[in-house]
Design a protein around this ligand. Sequence first.
Ligand code: G6Q
Length: 544
Amino acid sequence: MSNSVAPLSERASWKALQLHAESVKARHLRQLFAEDPQRGERLVIDSAGIYFDYSKNRVTDETLSLLFRLAEESDLRGRIDAMFGGERINITENRAVLHTALRAPKGSHVYFDGEDVVPAVHEVLDKMYAFAERIRGGDWKGHTGATIKNIVNIGIGGSDLGPVMAYEALKDSSLRELTFRFVSNIDGTDFAEATKDLSPEETLFVISSKTFTTLETMTNARTARAWSLAALKDDAAVAKHFVAVSTNAAEVSKFGIDTANMFEFWDWVGGRYSMDSAIGISTLLAIGTENFKALLSGFHEMDEHFRTTPFEQNIPVLLGLLTLWNTNFLDAHSIAVLPYDQYLKRFPAYLQQLTMESNGKHVTVTGKHVNYETGPIYWGEPGTNGQHSFYQLIHQGTRLVPCDFIAFIDSLNPLGSHHDYLTANVFAQSEALAFGKTADEVKAEGTVDWLVPHRVFEGNRPSNTFLIQGLTPSVLGKLVAMYEHAVFVQGIIWEIDSFDQWGVELGKVLSQRIIPELQSPEEPVLKHDSSTNALIRRYRSLKK
Ligand code: G6Q
């Protein structure tokens, strides 16, 4: 953070927004739309293939100009340049944040510590493409000469959620002859169920771990090796049935994987920002080289849009600012992400990590406790399923839950009227949330008096709608990059380090102390609190 930037709550625009919010809270979206008949066409951005309708937010032109002023006062422009320029903006880990370099086209230049990283990125990509062609073409044989038919990705967190989400999202483009499974949980059930019906002769494991030390992943990887070797009965089989994606070559070879079968990435790629690095190899295996290149070009298009477009027309900037407005000034605590496309069923889970691991922080980059809210809780389900469960609370509950609706003009599976019905639902939901239904309207429908309050919808509930032509690999890249950059915008304004994850690191060490206490043959001397001690004793005494 540059020294010239005042602490957030002392910035003039922040104070102005606090004052301004009082007048906005008194207004209803019905009024805002009535006063400006063009609002629904005016408050949109149509760029980079995404039609972003933000008119159903509780904002006025003044709100928007104050938010843009806040972005300027927060030196957002300078911080964007710092990120793209390879500065070590992840200050608590002293790392650069260069996931944008992963999708930089061949021949472009991105410098980190004076070195252009783009050639190394493309060297790995070319190695991945060659490998993928061998697997997809059936040339890569297993130890017994069998063709590889199953790919099992073993990884967790950032080394799992992106690959799973992208596999599901792009299933329409995937090679159906290959079966994909994803194992993340240390619960043995995850591995057991994922491999139950697979033949070791035809199965390739991709061990995805930036550090190659993560307990869950290494435990699953060892179990996978034992599962393979129990059938293949020769250590040499590992070379044909295991590849690794990591930054840690030493640990990869210690595990027994030839580093010739390792796909590298770099410490300037955060786990939750790594689905377009070699961590995406399962995605590549599923969709093939041309589609993977299209995915990367979608990411890059959004990067360029974010880097070069004036804030007023900049989709991630505006998305980030509106989320911040809802969070800090309208007291919303969560955001519902509601994709109206079944292929995006894992997108909310993916966004949970991206957003909450990035911005779930309570100290600023200078170590001070914040005196404002930071990252909201993200959650969601694909429409229309959510409509039949939790939308009730969004419509009539006591909490304000801003929604991100994601909808597509073309269906990848056009069946009868399904897609029109689906799309009618998404438009109807955002309309109902914004405008609601008054008591007079309910009465006019003939509702008996006592029932009227139950059937009133207050409305005035904000939402964004993203309307996109179709879900292609390139569009998925754009959507992910859009959220990545929106998260960045918020983190800069909140003055937090969006790229560290000390809360996750804690989990990685805590269990290490308890494992020997559960396993030791002698009764261990327990020095935890009385609750933890009792739980450990009970588990030890009752386990079969
Ligand atoms: C992501 C986090 C975390 C990480 C996993 C897996 O940003 O750091 O989710 O991705 O803990 O770590 P490894 O890839 O090192 O196994």
